[in-house]
Design a protein around this ligand. Structure first.
Ligand SMILES: Nc1nc2c(c(=O)[nH]1)N[C@H]1C(S)=C(S)[C@@H](COP(=O)(O)OP(=O)(O)OC[C@H]3O[C@@H](n4cnc5c(N)ncnc54)[C@H](O)[C@@H]3O)O[C@H]1N2
Ligand code: MOO
Length: 435
């Protein structure tokens, strides 16, 4: 008699797993290698930025008081007493009706309290200019600390290092960057039907796609996948592999063998290991058989062999643990809402995570399911940029309904024409101001 498993809700499953989430350590990498990693310490501004008052334009640094009466009919003449480019400092003090020609990024000279752009002055002689408008005190100056003040926490520990964070790291002189150490995640595939990726097909056999998919998911999430091989459905061999591998990794993922079939050995392996099974059935589709166990504080993720179920199990349960290891404060998939672009009549008692594709139709997010909604389907994964969350129950879902979607972190962009069209429909105010 096959055991009857009791499904638990997805949120309950996640809570149980998260009890075993832990933070990893911190290590250092060069700034060139830091992109895509996660900060291992808070990034705090160690000085003001800018560090000195500077000019945001090419122009002339002057005293605002000297321009009070300047107008088109009353041009005021200034003597150009110096010239500074970015990186140089004017040694003197700007006096009455004096101007220093200054380039973008250069330090505002002492005495000056504003800058007028090059385009707005008239060169009236070899070393003289005329100004025909009033310039206000502080106009066109980037002041000390206006970008960021010393002591500000700019990004907290566990933040994903995007190119903007890299810019901050460089600004504050991090040649070596503290980053969260990547968790080592072992992967073992089980199944006598599995062929290596370079083997020719044979009757009854399939190529092992899960391993490579999971490795990519782990890398995308910021972890270090380590593939330990694929093994036939043999209890002793699989047990030895799982046991040995567990010693060398932070977490272990297996695929296949978690259901109730004759060759589904993972439940027996957990028992032999003395691991505590947190659950072995979740009220979700795909991935209802996702089983998670703990051995000496280490999590064993028993993902389904079915590719889509395996994918969803990895996104929903492995990723949050992985991201917590990296000290990340946002370890789960981001949720937003979109309008269902077509009917989805199939009801299911379990919550369903349907592979979907979200687009912006000009006013709202639209989501369409991608391909066949079956857990053994592999073809629909490539085109999915979200998982639609369709709550379990007795009803189907109709076109036009608002549904939750979980964003998968794809790096895809948008077609040029939709990008440009987005600007064309902007309702912009009229302005003939050139600068
Ligand atoms: N009597 C029952 N049968 C099944 C149940 C059930 O509750 N009662 N659950 C079904 C559900 S739901 C799923 S999902 C699958 C899960 O099975 P397993 O996780 O134990 O996985 P396998 O049986 O080993 O394989 C399932 C399927 O996936 C293919 N597979 C396996 N490994 C890979 C791989 N590395 N790459 C690509 N594809 C792989 C395998 O050939 C099978 O077709 O069980 C249902 N059955
Ligand atoms: O675990 Mo299965 O994927 O629910 O079909």
């Amino acid at each position: 008699m096959v055991e009857k498993r009791k499904p638990i809700k997805v949120e309950e499953a996640l809570k149980r797993v998260l009890q075993y989430a832990k933070n990893g350590s911190t290590e250092y990498v060069s700034i060139e290698e830091s992109y895509g990693r996660f900060l291992g310490e808070d990034l705090v501004a160690t000085h003001d930025v800018p560090f000195f008052d500077r000019s945001p334009y090419d122009g002339y640094a002057i005293r605002s008081v000297d321009t009070v009466s300047a107008s088109r009919n009353n041009p005021i003449e200034f003597k150009v007493v110096g010239e500074i480019g970015a990186g140089s400092v004017f040694e003197g003090v700007v006096g009455e009706n004096e101007a220093v020609r200054i380039m973008t990024g250069a330090q505002i000279p002492e005495g000056a309290d504003c800058v007028i752009m090059l385009e707005l002055v008239t060169e009236s002689g070899e070393q003289t200019i005329q100004i025909k408008r009033q310039v206000k005190q502080g106009e066109n100056i980037s002041f000390i600390g206006e970008d960021t003040k010393k002591g500000t926490v700019l990004a907290s520990k566990g933040t994903y290092i995007n190119p903007g964070v890299v810019a901050l790291l460089a600004t504050f002189g991090y040649k070596q960057v503290p980053v969260s150490a990547k968790p080592k995640i072992g992967i073992i595939a089980t199944g006598s039907e599995l062929l290596e990726v370079d083997q020719p097909l044979e009757p009854g056999k399939i190529r092992n796609s899960n391993t490579y998919m999971i490795m990519a998911q782990i890398e995308r999430a910021g972890g270090e996948p380590i593939y330990f091989g694929q093994f036939k459905d043999d209890l002793r061999t699989c047990y030895e592999q799982v046991k040995n591998t567990l010693e060398h990794v932070d977490f272990l993922i297996t695929t296949g063998g978690v259901s109730v079939g004759d060759y589904d050995y993972l439940p027996a392996i957990y028992e032999m290991l003395g691991a505590e099974v947190l659950f072995n059935k979740i009220a979700m589709r795909p991935g209802s058989v996702t089983t998670i166990a703990v051995k000496d504080g280490k999590l064993l993720f028993g993902l389904s062999g079915n590719p889509s179920a395996c994918y969803v199990g990895c996104e929903l349960f492995v990723k949050p643990i992985l991201r917590t290891f990296l000290h990340n404060q946002n370890p789960v998939l981001k949720r937003t809402q979109a309008i269902l672009g077509q009917d989805f009549p199939k009801a299911n008692p379990f919550d369903r995570f349907v592979r979907g594709y979200v687009t912006f139709d000009g006013s709202q997010l639209l989501v369409h399911p991608v391909g066949l909604d079956k857990s053994n389907v592999v073809s629909s994964l490539a085109g999915a940029n979200v998982l639609l969350v369709l709550p379990g129950g007795t009803r189907g879902f109709s076109k036009g309904m608002k549904v939750d979607v979980l964003l998968l972190e794809d790096q895809e962009g948008a077609p040029v024409d939709t990008f440009l069209a987005g600007f064309e429909k902007l309702n912009r105010g009229d302005s003939d101001e050139v600068i």
